[in-house]
Design a protein around this ligand. Structure first.
Ligand SMILES: [Zn+2]
Length: 308
């Protein structure tokens, strides 16, 4: 709280934090990647008018560093754990895309697991890593179910998330996947309510029995949806700079985390894609404080929420 009030970014980086919404490819530390490869990944400028801007940025800055298939190389994971060290992140939820790992890696699931565990122990053994399984919204359901099995059999993955184009297809299609994961005891998450509506958030949480929502900010437009989330104790893992850069929120001063918090919804602050958006977790906390969206006391309670 003192560091927020002083605007002391190095001080904020010393404070233990949890990043529960970050993607390994885009979660890496810029200076770590520069030191390791000589490539400087310059963050995206301005607000994206369309996805073309993101693709152009990818081609210019990411492709030379993370040659395809990036999701099965050491570097993105090393850089993400390096970012934890740099920014005082002591708890992180990220992991494996089941499609990428199944189709593009030579390794079977058990070897993928020991490979990732080695990177974790090498780069950031002090970090509490919640190993995640993930799938793209566009992937075929029967394929996801098939790809998941070898990973679930290991019994080591803790969370599940669906990401990618939220508008690609109805979330209802994923019911068999979430049923399977519920019975396996994973923490269930989904990217919803970033491009979609409050009803989309309500529907996804109710149908899929989600524990947490990645983004979910559209719920702030509906008192009914917010009451439902608060009563159900569902947590929203929110990423303010990502919302600004993708034009989901026009001004940080109006960020809906305020309304969600006031409605009693559990919220956390997260980084999403620090490599692309150029803002790490400490900077996200400072951004909300400086804009007067949340007080230092409130931000500290949000920080603590992520640690539980
Ligand atoms: Zn995300």
């Amino acid at each position: 709280m003192d560091a927020l009030e002083r605007g002391d970014l190095p001080g904020l980086r010393q404070v233990p934090k949890a990043d529960l919404h970050v993607h390994a490819i885009m979660g890496g530390c810029r200076t770590f990647i520069r030191d390791r490869t000589g490539h400087d990944v310059v963050p995206l400028e301005g607000v994206l008018a369309s996805m073309d801007g993101m693709h152009a940025w990818n081609d210019r800055y990411l492709r030379p560093v993370f040659k395809p298939p990036a999701g099965v190389q050491d570097l993105p994971y090393e850089a993400t754990f390096a970012q934890c060290r740099r920014d005082g992140v002591v708890r992180i939820d990220m992991g494996v895309d089941v499609q990428t790992m199944t189709l593009r890696s030579e390794k079977p699931a058990a070897a993928v697991w020991s490979w990732l565990k080695d990177i974790h122990l090498r780069e950031a053994p002090m970090v509490d890593w919640l190993p995640q399984l993930g799938a793209d919204r566009k992937a075929r359901i029967e394929n996801i179910l098939r790809w998941l099995d070898p990973f679930l059999e290991l019994g080591v993955f803790r969370t599940f998330d669906v990401y990618g184009d939220e508008l690609a297809r109805p979330i209802d299609d994923f019911l068999p996947v979430y049923r399977r994961l519920k019975s396996a005891g994973l923490i269930l998450k989904c990217h919803v309510g970033e491009w979609g509506t409050a009803d989309d958030v309500f529907r996804a949480v109710e149908l899929l029995e989600l524990d947490e929502v990645q983004h979910g900010i559209a719920a702030s437009e509906s008192p009914r949806a917010m009451r439902f989330l608060a009563d159900a104790g569902v947590r929203l893992n929110i990423c303010p700079t990502s919302n600004l850069k993708l034009g989901r929120v026009k001004r940080i001063e109006d960020h809906p985390i305020r309304r969600l918090y006031d409605a009693g919804v559990r919220v956390t602050v997260n980084s999403d894609d620090p490599l692309m958006f150029g803002s790490d977790l400490s900077e996200e906390f400072l951004l909300l404080y400086r804009a007067g969206v949340m007080s230092a006391t409130e931000l500290d309670s949000i920080r603590r929420e992520g640690m539980t």
